[in-house]
Design a protein around this ligand. Structure first.
Ligand code: ACO
Length: 311
């Protein structure tokens, strides 16, 4: 019961063609992309806050320069992604308003606090590691502007992941106190990182349709498993313990068995009840309000220039 347009569109997707902004597309495809790309962009922007928290307290000049560059990269990722979403017919201002008043989401992970310098290591290693696991396949996503943005973003994300792992190495091989800080950061960020991949497949409302349209290339559980399989040996290398009693190599499936995150906590965070939701939205709202004079000034200037030209 697909319309001829929908069927022709699905044929293009199945043939592996890229869909470009001016091509015909089902409204659901457009809406899903605006939701996902917009949410992804907001995550990059809000994601600057937990790490921005440590820029003034980085332990060395070199670490500070690296962290500053990384946080600036996240801003850049947000901008490419807003640009990609705008090709679908929504403005960045509209998406921003929807973030600020809670109509659009951003990743659950950024609602957790960064309490120590070791958290900069854990965020780079685990959070950016999870982000890459999700984003590498998205380089092949069906919507052209999104897939092209992902190519550059993934290159920068792998630098971010390496810098995080490098901090973890320094801490884990440092004094007993430093190693304990690294372990504590891993303990707090492990399960929230697993939540980044979204709810388990049986609760994922969008996966089936998004995968049929090749907006998503994998299910949430597939990517979560790959992340665990990649990360556990890295924790071993650091001499740190993944905080999961049920973690066990399963030779039959060629992967680890592991505990599910606390899904009740996940859905609470999505509803706005995580440890930092209120702070994060307050910070973004303050940034928007404090930037009003710049936007007003630019608009007034553009208006004057236009008036001069037509005079
Ligand atoms: N944080 C916040 N919301 C989430 C998360 C999460 N970790 N995972 C799922 N959700 C939301 C979905 O947005 C959806 O809600 P909505 O209908 O109101 O939008 C709901 O939970 C149900 O989940 P799914 O049906 O599984 O949603 P979806 O198919 O969109 O899958 C996923 C979620 C995997 C996050 C997907 O959107 C995706 O791949 N996005 C691109 C990557 C991304 O956004 N990364 C951001 C974090 S990485 C970074 O910025 C450094």
């Amino acid at each position: 019961d697909m319309s001829p347009e929908d069927a022709a569109f699905q044929d293009r997707i199945d043939a592996g063609e890229k869909i470009e902004p001016k091509d015909w597309m089902p409204e659901g495809y457009r809406k899903t992309l605006i939701r996902q790309i917009g949410q992804h962009a907001h995550s990059e922007i809000v994601g600057q806050l937990p790490e921005g928290n440590w820029i003034t307290r980085a332990p060395t000049l070199e670490r500070k320069a690296i962290l500053l560059a990384k946080v600036q990269d996240e801003a850049g990722h947000g901008l490419y992604l807003y640009g990609a979403a705008e090709t679908l017919g929504i403005s960045r201002d509209e998406m921003t308003r929807m973030l600020l008043d809670g109509r659009m989401k951003y990743s659950s992970i950024f609602n957790y606090p960064t309490l120590t310098w070791a958290d900069m290591g854990a965020v780079g290693w685990l959070v950016d590691g999870a982000a890459i696991m999700n984003q590498v396949p998205l380089q092949r996503t069906s919507f052209g502007p999104y897939s092209r943005a992902m190519i550059r973003i993934c290159k920068e994300e792998s630098f971010h992941q390496r810098q995080g792992f490098d901090i973890m190495m320094k801490m884990a091989k440092g004094t007993p106190q430093q190693k304990a800080m690294a372990q504590d950061a891993l303990n707090r960020f492990w399960f929230p990182s697993l939540m980044m991949f979204g709810p388990s497949d049986k609760d994922s409302v969008h996966s089936a349709q998004s995968m049929a349209w090749r907006i998503k290339m994998n299910t949430n559980d597939e990517l979560r498993q790959k992340f665990v399989d990649q990360t556990v040996p890295q924790a071993d290398y650091l001499g740190l313990r993944v905080p999961d009693e049920n973690l066990k190599w399963n030779a039959d499936k060629g992967g680890y068995d592991f505990s599910e995150p606390d899904w009740e906590e996940f859905f609470e965070v999505l509803k706005g009840n995580g440890p930092c939701n209120v702070d994060r939205l307050a910070a973004r709202n303050a940034a928007w309000d404090n930037g009003a004079w710049v936007r007003d000034g630019l608009m007034a200037h553009a208006e004057k220039k236009r008036a001069r030209k037509t005079a």
